[in-house]
Design a protein around this ligand. Structure first.
Ligand SMILES: [Zn+2]
Length: 355
């Protein structure tokens, strides 16, 4: 059995003294290449801004088995050559470069594949969380899918935020997620809607939240503003995905019909009102037709004169507010149109609060 000098040394076992041709039967000579991979690591990671790393070695099937069998046979205590390699390369990096090994949340993982002697690197994505305000109507939350429908020239909120953050952190791609969505023609005001963005393969890891917010505002021509931007961890993001916050809306309506006496009093009765909504006709082409029950938490009149009514409505997550107002041909019951016995047109819809 031929062993390389490094394996002989780590085994401190002298029975394997015969010299031989070919590669080491335990480590396949990978332990002789620590210096080479150090150089590759240094070259490959230079363009990334990071401070922690982890080294991995993928070994061909069966290789480690050989060591275990040897250990069992001889009783020699043995650190596997895989561990040996990882420790050797990791220690060299820590000693000579300004990075430190991190076994729980490394920012870069450098994995050597012994099968083809190649390597790969994985970069920990960066997650940012914040709240966005939409100050111009017509901006969709996600990119338009069907060409020819909608205003293709208007970018989406996810693009304004994702592309900006990706550019500033020098990432390769991004994912955007928000807690619910407003209609394309609705504004998102107040303290905004929670979102997060994941930046993949970022070359930079430090950022100035104010700078990102500023760039998003500029890129969107004042249409999208970000507040409370900060780094996020995966736990916070999972929380955001499971929360279903209530929404508060301001709705401007034009109503036809006789003046409604005591409208404030009438609407107060609708606090905690359970309503049944079938999937709105306007989204039937993309969503399954089903019945859902939602709660209108409260409704109050902000303004009422000469056929114009402005309401502030607080509702459970997932309520279709427009349909609650118009009734959607009887698909939402009860609804405001029938309750007040009016003809109604929605002039605007703004989201005031997501909480
Ligand atoms: Zn060896």
């Amino acid at each position: 059995m031929y062993l390389c000098p490094r394996c002989k040394e780590r085994l401190s076992y002298n029975d394997y003294s015969e010299s031989g041709e070919g590669s080491c039967e335990l480590c396949g000579d990978i332990l002789d290449h620590v210096e080479d991979y150090f150089v590759m690591f240094e070259g490959e990671t230079k363009k990334y801004d990071f401070s922690t790393f982890l080294i991995g070695l993928r070994t061909p099937k069966g290789n480690l088995r050989k060591e275990i069998e040897l250990a069992e046979k001889t009783g020699v205590k043995l650190r596997s050559y895989k561990d040996e390699f990882q420790v050797a390369l990791g220690s060299k990096i820590e000693a000579e470069l300004p990075y430190r090994a991190d076994f729980s949340r490394p920012e870069i993982v450098f994995t050597v594949n012994q099968e083809n002697m190649d390597y790969s690197i994985w970069i920990r994505p960066i997650y940012l969380k914040g709240r966005y305000l939409k100050k111009r109507r017509g901006i969709p939350q996600s990119p338009w899918i069907k060409p020819g429908i909608g205003k293709e020239r208007e970018k989406s909120i996810s693009e304004y935020i994702g592309l900006t953050a990706c550019d500033l952190l020098k990432g390769s791609d991004y994912n955007f997620y928000a807690s619910g969505r407003e209609d394309v023609d609705a504004l998102m005001l107040g303290n905004g809607r929670p979102f997060y963005v994941e930046i993949k393969n970022p070359r930079k890891r430090t950022f100035d939240p104010a700078r990102i917010s500023e760039e998003v505002l500029k890129f969107s021509g004042g249409g999208v503003e970000i507040i409370e931007l900060s780094p996020a961890n995966p736990v916070e993001i999972e929380d955001m995905k499971t929360q279903r916050p209530d929404k508060t809306y301001e709705v401007g309506l034009t109503i036809e019909g006789n003046a409604i006496d005591g409208i404030e009093e009438i609407l107060k009765k609708y606090s905690n009102l359970r309503i049944n909504q079938k999937t709105p006709r306007r989204v039937l082409n993309i969503r399954k037709d089903k019945l859902r029950e939602r709660t209108i938490r409260s409704m109050e009149v902000k303004q009422y004169n000469e056929g114009h009514l402005v309401l502030v409505i607080r509702a459970e997550a997932g309520t279709y507010i427009k349909e609650f107002i118009t009734g959607d041909n009887g698909r939402t019951v009860p609804n405001l149109k029938d309750e007040l016995d009016i003809n109604v047109k929605i002039d605007y819809l703004n989201v005031l609060e997501v909480k």
